[in-house]
Design a protein around this ligand. Sequence first.
Ligand SMILES: Cc1cc2nc3c(=O)[nH]c(=O)nc-3n(C[C@H](O)[C@H](O)[C@H](O)COP(=O)(O)OP(=O)(O)OC[C@H]3O[C@@H](n4cnc5c(N)ncnc54)[C@H](O)[C@@H]3O)c2cc1C
Length: 289
Amino acid sequence: MKLTSVLGQKRITLSFEVFPPKADLDFESVRQAAFQVAKLGPDYMSVTYGAGGSTRDNTLALAEDIQKEYGVTAIAHLTCVGATKDSIQEALRDMRHSGIENILALRGDRPQWMEQEPFTDYHYASDLVAAIKEFGGFCIGGACYPEGHPDAANKKEDILNLKKKVDAGCEFLTTQMFFDNNIYYNFLYRVRSAGIEVPVIPGIMPISRASQVKNAIRLSGCNMPERFKNIVDRFGTNKDAMMQAGIIYASEQIIDLIANGVNNIHIYSMNHANVVRGIMENLSEIVMV
Ligand SMILES: Cc1cc2nc3c(=O)[nH]c(=O)nc-3n(C[C@H](O)[C@H](O)[C@H](O)COP(=O)(O)OP(=O)(O)OC[C@H]3O[C@@H](n4cnc5c(N)ncnc54)[C@H](O)[C@@H]3O)c2cc1C
């Protein structure tokens, strides 16, 4: 099923993100973890693409299995860093063959191990979006950054570049994680003012371990509100308390988003079914409204 039909409905949707293993040996255990997430009944699931295409086959295999075994629509991520026109055509043929109908088209970042020039055939995600559009048959999504992408000269330029991605054929956007909803509301206002009309799905990252915080900041450059820092300071050394507080914090973010009219929510589940389950329990009545 194409995601545009899921996102177009006037109801609340929840989607969960999982990541495939880097090593083939771990595939079965990761597959089982992803299945536990799928069992929670999301509207769709996204499967990430390892840095520089390092999980190409496992991304596809996991997305295919999620669809076949659980009937949950999958969106496969695809990056173009280090890719050639031929390798992207091949990836798209494989996806079509595996029954994948939805792609999150990304530029990606140059991994340290990559020796070749990273951006030759494709410079930006919008180039990849255009190539997928030309190939045909896929619903295409892209990433966006409420706090600005680190490479962008400023937020205004970043949004102008985002418009190019949407004009190239991107049908929905998923945001980088944020921990203060006002950042999302402000971003949405600027996105709409720039004439971008596609769904902008907030990406919520439940922090269940204090060690995730540093990683989250390093990867996303996102701002940590004082309220959240206090939670990590107070509960970070107690595993169970931190998990409970992280689940509640993410649940509150989602409740606020829904109360403000946001219907489509994406959760970075990080393959942790227990965390997503905790959020789902907190939202059991809310998602029914
Ligand atoms: C929801 C989400 C999912 C992700 N999933 C993955 C994943 O599975 N695998 C992975 O490796 N990474 C993933 N990433 C990380 C992503 O690859 C990086 O953030 C990367 O640095 C940018 O990718 P992009 O697709 O947003 O790039 P782009 O949209 O190309 O933007 C990158 C930078 O280039 C600028 N830019 C864009 N177009 C132009 C233009 N025409 N002219 C000048 N400047 C331009 C933008 O302003 C921005 O600063 C994900 C990020 C998000 C938010």
